[in-house]
Design a binder for this molecule. Structure first.
Ligand code: FES
Length: 258
């Protein structure tokens, strides 16, 4: 395997699109190899003691020269990223992770399910899937983001925890409220949402691929904070463990203990 190196990228633009949520476009040659569900590790410029932050790929520009990252400010590293604007530079490592298995959706009815900051990877996924797409998005409240971008690629259904927009509740409540059905699920979001999807997919015999990116910390195999139990045995260590950042972040739902 080729060892990946940190590279310097230039910020094309950055704006805030919801409370603590930022929309960043970077000029980088890594864009041409980016696949939906993969991520990049972004390094803080100042806090040299901080590990990089893994941020999922939201979109790739048509000319494949720019990457769009939509992230939530959740600590010192991401707060530093949010302070930058056009022409500033950032170091990134990537592209990392396996991404969603697009071929599994061919000719099928697919649910793309995103919860909170798990919504961004659904955009490039929706763009690349050529099938019947039902896009189910869960937000805390009416502070929505990316739903208009996603509506260009499929039917969008929104749920909010406080009921201020769409169905009251979460993405699972959307399925009930609208009587929706699918053959394949691709999802990213908080653990309780992914657990509910795993259960629903198991009960209804639906193939489901879930991105566990919320469980990642450094994203580059350095912190071991992302280990999860799997049904598959690792070829080297013979244990039922996987590192989400290097073996995932996308797993077949039945394969992981969450
Ligand atoms: Fe740090 Fe996987 S996120 S080792």
């Amino acid at each position: 395997m080729v060892q990946k190196k940190k590279i310097k990228t230039t910020i094309v633009s950055q704006k805030q699109i919801a409370e603590q949520v930022y929309d960043l476009w970077l000029e980088t040659r890594l864009a041409k190899d980016a696949h939906p569900g993969q991520f990049v590790a972004v390094y803080p410029n100042h806090e040299s003691t901080l590990l990089p932050r893994p941020i999922s790929i939201c979109e790739v520009s048509e000319d494949k020269r720019r990457l769009r990252l939509v992230y939530r400010v959740a600590g010192k590293g991401t707060a530093e990223f949010a302070s930058y604007g056009a022409e500033d530079s950032l170091e990134i490592l990537g592209v990392l992770g396996n991404g969603f298995p697009i071929d599994k959706a061919k000719g099928k009815r697919v649910f793309l399910m995103g919860g909170g900051i798990g919504i961004p990877p659904m955009l490039e996924l929706a763009k690349r899937l050529d099938c019947m797409k039902q896009i189910l998005l869960g937000y805390r409240d009416k502070d929505l983001f990316l739903q208009e971008d996603l509506a260009r690629y499929g039917d969008v259904y929104v749920a909010t925890e406080d009921g201020s927009v769409g169905t009251k509740g979460n993405v699972m409540d959307i399925i009930k409220a609208h009587g929706l059905a699918a053959d394949v699920i691709m999802a990213c979001g908080p653990m309780p949402m992914l657990r509910a999807i795993k259960k629903y997919a198991g009960e209804n015999k639906i193939e489901a691929y879930i991105s566990l990116e919320e469980r990642m910390a450094c994203g580059v195999g350095a912190c071991l904070g992302c280990v999860c139990r799997t049904t598959k045995v690792d070829a080297h260590s013979h244990v039922h463990n996987a590192r989400i950042c290097t073996d995932g972040p996308v797993f077949e739902a039945g394969e992981v203990d969450i």
